[in-house]
Design a protein around this ligand. Structure first.
Ligand code: NDP
Ligand code: MG
Length: 378
């Protein structure tokens, strides 16, 4: 029986992680949850699930017995490191997940990690802290889970390359000239997955795939030259590994995040899941295309940032997070997102990231540069 803490329990991944816990009362007990701003959903979760600990960003009074209510950042880091917790599901969005991740790894936890921004920004620091604390990182992001599973079929020195699939987002077939006027409502309508709004937008801009190239490099320790992206609009093949004899191992399933969430929690065991089994005969149209780097600058910039190292991945992420906020607020256009990331990267003086302060400073600088970009537009 494992005690689970779901950080970001009110979000899309958080709610699906709760489903997984509920589906396996023999394997998992819900120990803790945390949320940031969705007070109504959080209160409903506390009342229905009665976790031992529930952390919110600010003080709340809920009339419930058996649950200890805590609030604030430190309470979140403490829950991530709580001695009673066996598995931390990291389902917070954005760089805000970095400190809870470090806290969990320092305490030697298994982290079922959905959040990619923390891996992209945390870089070597996450690696060091994981090594020192003895924590485990098990990927939840569907592509990374697929790679993780395909990599179990051979030795590392037998691997030729990692192949990440990308749906291409809702505008994959639209000419670039038509993308300027895309609204937030259009941008978050993902063709194959139902997800939180920031990652849905990232999928439309291809920033998500850029982040995933860096995420794969961090998780599996492969350089960008050995990570390829293929557009696969049906999202049936979640990613592949090509071995040196030419064999390609692929991971296929229905598009249901509960599968990779559960696998990260139960690995090395595999148990039945709530997901509907794949009916491959219903997908006679599986297609794969090589992405055009000129059409998807977000992808091209990600490869450059990975190559440059230092603070560039942090700036790529921070500029994108800020640009997404401004896009949702109606203050930047859709194509301004990639332009503002390019603007920030152009003006950032790259340097090594020695510690958390360096990372947070580069993140802050990226956000300020995007605000500067936005002010030149209005
Ligand atoms: P959502 O926006 O749906 O949920 C985010 C969660 O994080 C919410 O519970 C939210 O709380 C909490 N949160 C937001 N900001 C903060 C903060 N500053 N401090 C603490 N908690 C915070 O996101 P998703 O579930 O879609 O995505 C979560 C992560 O997983 C992202 O990094 C994403 O890239 C990754 N991911 C998601 C996939 C998906 O299918 N959704 C697939 C693969 C990866 P509240 O609602 O209370 O504000
Ligand atoms: Mg993904």
């Amino acid at each position: 029986m494992k005690n689970v803490a779901i950080l970001g329990s009110t979000g899309s991944i958080g709610r699906q992680a709760l489903d997984v816990v509920r589906a396996h009362p023999d394997l998992f007990a819900l120990y803790g949850i945390s949320a940031h701003s969705s007070e109504t959903s959080f209160v409903a979760q506390v009342v229905e699930e009665r976790p031992r600990v529930a952390v919110f960003s600010r003080s709340l009074s809920i009339d419930v017995s058996g649950t200890e209510l805590r609030w604030g950042d430190q309470a979140l880091y403490d829950l991530a490191a709580d001695p009673q917790v066996d598995v931390v599901v990291l389902a917070i969005s954005g760089i805000a997940a970095l400190k809870p991740l470090l806290s969990a790894l320092r305490a030697g936890k298994r982290v079922a990690i959905a959040n990619k921004e923390s891996l992209v920004c945390g870089g070597d620091l996450v690696k060091e802290v994981r090594k020192q604390g003895g924590g485990e990182l098990l990927p939840v992001d569907s592509e990374q889970s697929a790679l993780f599973q395909c990599l179990q079929n051979g030795r590392r020195d037998e691997v030729e390359k990692l192949i990440l699939t990308a749906s291409g987002g809702p505008f994959f077939r639209r000419p670039r000239a038509e993308l300027g006027g895309i609204t937030p409502e259009q941008a978050v309508k993902h063709p194959t997955w139902s997800m939180g709004r920031k990652i849905s937008l990232d999928s439309a801009t291809l920033m998500n795939k850029g982040l995933e190239v860096m995420e794969a490099s961090r998780l599996f320790d492969f350089p960008g030259e050995r990570i390829e992206v293929l557009i696969h609009p049906q999202s049936v093949v979640h990613s592949m590994v090509e071995y040196r004899d030419g064999t390609v191992m692929a991971n296929l399933s229905t598009a249901d995040m509960r599968l990779p969430i559960q696998y990260a929690m139960t690995w090395p065991e595999r148990v039945p899941s709530p997901a509907v089994p794949l009916k491959l005969w219903e997908h006679p149209d599986l297609a794969f295309y090589r992405p055009d780097m000129a059409r998807f600058p977000a992808l091209k910039m990600a490869y450059s940032c990975l190559q440059a190292g230092g603070g560039c991945p942090v700036v790529y992420n921070g500029a994108n997070e800020r640009a997404a906020e401004l896009f949702f607020a109606g203050r930047l256009g859709f194509l301004d997102i990639e332009d503002s990331v390019a603007y920030a990267l152009d003006r950032f003086t790259n340097r090594p990231m020695q510690d958390l302060d360096d990372i947070l400073a580069a993140d802050g600088e990226a956000r300020r540069l995007v605000d500067e970009f936005q002010s030149t537009r209005s």
